[in-house]
Each structure stands twice: as C-alpha cells, then as structure tokens.
Ligand binder design. Structure first.
Ligand code: KG4
Ligand code: ZN
Length: 416
C-alpha cells in the first residue's frame, strides 16, 4: 500500500510518501519525506505567528508535493494521446469547479494546484492521510484542504490523523512488528513533549488511549521558550537551551579538572535552586509556569556583571533543563510502574534532546529493566509527515477513512 501524508499542524510543512509491505508483520519503506521548517519566519516574533504559518504552508505545499512525488517516482505527465487526458477534457471543467470551491480560501494554493495536479496522471497512491488536529486551526485547514482536493481529484480515500497520536506512532517507523497482536508491547506508556503538549498517555492497544496526566499550565516547551526569552536567547528555546546546557557541562568539567575537584573550583558554580514542580505529587500531572517564574527571579536578583557572564547563562540553562527532565522522568517511571507497562514510548520535539534521551534510557534501565524503551530518531521526534503516514496506515486499517466533504480541522482534538 502507498500512502501520501500531509502535516501542517504548526510551523512545519511536511509531506511524505511511504510504502507498506507484509501483512502479519508490517514494514514501512519511506520513499520520500520533506520537512520545510518556518523557524526563520517566526524567530523575530518569538513564537509561531499563525497567519504567517498558514501563508507559508499555502506557498510550500505544492512545490513539496511535486518533490515528494518525484523522489518516490510517482509523477507521470499526461500526454495528448492519453485516454485519461481525453476523458478529462470533458469532466475536468466540472472537477476544476469543485477544486475552486475546496480551495477558495487558499488562492495561492489553488493557483499552484491547478498548474500541477491536472497535468499529471493519477499516481499509484492508495491512501492520503492528513493531520486533522490538534494544532493551529488556520494551519490545519491548509493541509486538510489540499488533502480534500487531492482526494476528490484523484478519487483516493482520505484518512484523518490525530497529531499527538502521530508523535507516538513515530516510534513504529522502525519497529517491524505486528502491533495489533503483539502482546509484548501493550500496555504501553507514552510521554509526549511537543510544542503544545506535555502528556503521559496509557495505551492498551493502537486504539485505546487514556491521558493519565498533562500539564496544568504551561507545556514544557513553553517554559523553555520563556526561559530563553528571559535570558535573551533565540527562539525556539529548546535547542538553544540544550546547546548552552552542554556548554556548561564542558566548561565546568574543564575548570574542575584544571583546578582539581576542590571547593575553590566549585565556586565557578553559582547557587541556583530551581523547583521541580509537582515532582512528588500523587497524580501524573505537570506544572511548569512556576519554574519559569523561579528563573525570572534568579535572573532579576543577579548583578549586571553576572548577567553578562556566559557561564551564568549556561548554568541557568543547564539547571532549567534538568529541572524539567527530573519531573518528566520521575513521573514517567512512576506511571510505568503503577500501570505495569511493557513499553515506554517517547515523542514530540523535546524527545530529540540528547540529554533527555540519555537520562530516560538510564532511568528505565535502572528502574524498569524488563520494560522496552522506544525513542524515534530525532528527525521523527519533531513534526514530520512520516508519523502521519504511519498513523494513517493504522487508521485506514481500522476503517477510519472519511469522505473528503466530511473532513474538518479539529484544533482542540484530544489524544483519548
Ligand atoms: O513536536 P514539535 O515538533 O511540534 C509540535 O507539535 O508543537 O515540537 C516543537 C518543539 C519546539 O518548540 C522546540 O522548542 C522543541 O520542540 N525542541 C526541543 C529540541 N528540539 C526541538 N526541545 C528541547 N531540546 C531539543 N533538542
Ligand atoms: Zn508536533
């Protein structure tokens, strides 16, 4: 089966084409996968600006569609003698009218669609999968409208995908297993730490989800973004804070080695005590807004000389990151033990952080040696259409496809 997938829930425009093989054991071949990041556009605003993100999706979608189809080798031009081309002269006007309606709110997308899609033969795609939510509504609509237009034009079934579940399914890109019958996998616990979500989810199978806990205020990523802003670092906060935290480890180790591990060398470290909010609470919820406030307070009380010291900024990044990871890891291990899960699955942009990957691996090995830990490759932790295709495959198998007329954006779609 060939699946074309579209992901535009936030600020990455991504399309992919995958091929599935096998029946009992499913293998996924990634034929093409393109992710166009909009970080440059949003950097100056310090966050994602939905209207700008939507416009960038409208501009990017058809050029990326062209590329993924070319790479996957499924673009064939219509020729004059084609029966399909001759037939299409009569029915295409009608078809084009419907396309005009589907894409009436996306003039740039409509224009580029009409210049490309009617000129090529219907590709050998069996299913189109698209993110329906959660996400930024105008962004979701752009991807959905393209998916509707393609589904209508090529008469290909359309299947909607839940974006947070997609982050979990990124773990199955490499797992060549039959998830439906695999009893060593479920129950599974998923920790999704993405731009808008910090959730612990219990999965009894690929269809049964229960949110055990989530953030009560800011998502972990919002905390990282806010701390970066306080410290005068660039957006997005996660990657730059990871870099500064790593620099702190190196700088501190070097100083200690040079001076011997004495009290004097430790004086390069400042006393920074950040809270680990809700770390000992009995539930599985999170809260990160107090952490951001604690960082702000620490920053405010420092002298202007210290604020300019790059080692202070590095140390604060290190401490912030560690405070977040301590809470995420402790709660994940607690939930995994309480629910006796057979596997722990990570997902979302923060799961691409090398330090989190290392620390969670160690924690699972130490506390839950019989539990499997899956973490997607970093490129599949942040938003990408491959995970949308994998989830699309399972949804299609569960007969969850929808007629294009019935698909709409669901900005607040829940995971369970
Ligand atoms: O899951 P994702 O790609 O998008 C949403 O679904 O929202 O997550 C994006 C977020 C970014 O805001 C970024 O700050 C964070 O993931 N992120 C990281 C790292 N790479 C991306 N956070 C911490 N460390 C990283 N290396
Ligand atoms: Zn995401």
């Amino acid at each position: 089966m060939m699946i074309l997938s579209i992901e535009t829930s936030c600020d990455d425009t991504s399309l992919a084409i995958i091929r599935t093989r096998g029946k009992n054991r499913v293998y996924f071949d990634i034929l093409s996968n393109i992710i166009s990041s909009q970080i440059k556009i949003h950097k100056k605003w310090g966050g994602v600006y939905p209207v700008l993100a939507m416009r960038a999706h409208q501009k990017n979608l058809i050029p990326i569609l062209k590329k993924v189809m070319k790479i996957a080798n499924c673009t064939l031009r219509q020729t004059q003698g084609d029966t399909s081309a001759t037939l299409s002269i009569e029915c295409q006007n009608k078809k084009i009218n419907t396309i005009n309606k589907i894409l009436e709110k996306e003039p740039e997308l409509l224009n580029s669609f009409l210049k490309f899609v009617p000129k090529i033969k219907k590709p050998k795609i069996d299913v189109i999968s698209v993110t329906e939510g959660p996400g930024l509504e105008p962004c979701l609509w752009t991807g959905i409208n393209l998916a509707k237009a393609l589904s209508f034009f090529w008469k290909i079934p359309l299947v909607p995908v839940n974006h947070v579940r997609g982050h979990i399914f990124a773990n199955f890109i490499e797992e060549k297993i039959n998830l439906k019958t695999n009893s060593d996998f479920f129950p599974a616990l998923a920790l999704v730490v993405s731009g808008g979500h910090t959730q612990l989810i219990l999965m009894n199978d690929t269809e049964d989800y229960k949110i055990l806990g989530e953030t009560r205020d800011d998502a972990a990523v919002e905390c990282l973004d806010n701390v970066a802003r306080i410290l005068g670092l660039e957006y997005p906060g996660g990657p730059i804070i990871e870099k500064k935290a790593e620099e702190w480890k190196i700088a501190n180790d070097t100083l200690r080695q040079a001076q011997g591990d004495t009290e004097r060398s430790r004086s390069v470290e400042l006393q920074i005590d950040l809270p680990r909010p809700m770390i000992n609470s009995k539930n599985y919820d999170f809260s990160f807004s107090g952490l951001k406030t604690a960082v702000l307070y620490d920053f405010k009380i420092r002298s202007s000389k210290i604020k300019k010291d790059k080692n202070y900024i590095r140390q604060l990044c290190f401490e912030t990151q560690q405070a977040i990871f301590d809470v995420l890891i402790k709660k994940t291990i607690k939930a995994a033990k309480d629910f006796r899960v057979k596997s722990v699955l990570l997902g979302g942009g923060v799961a691409s952080n090398q330090e989190l990957r290392k620390q969670i691996k160690k924690a699972v090995e130490n506390s839950l040696p019989k539990t499997k830990l899956l973490i997607p490759e970093p490129v599949y932790c942040t938003d990408n259409a491959v995970m949308t295709a994998i989830q699309g495959y399972f949804n299609f198998s569960e007969k969850k496809s929808k007629h294009w007329k019935n698909l709409k954006a669901r900005a607040n779609l829940r995971t369970d």
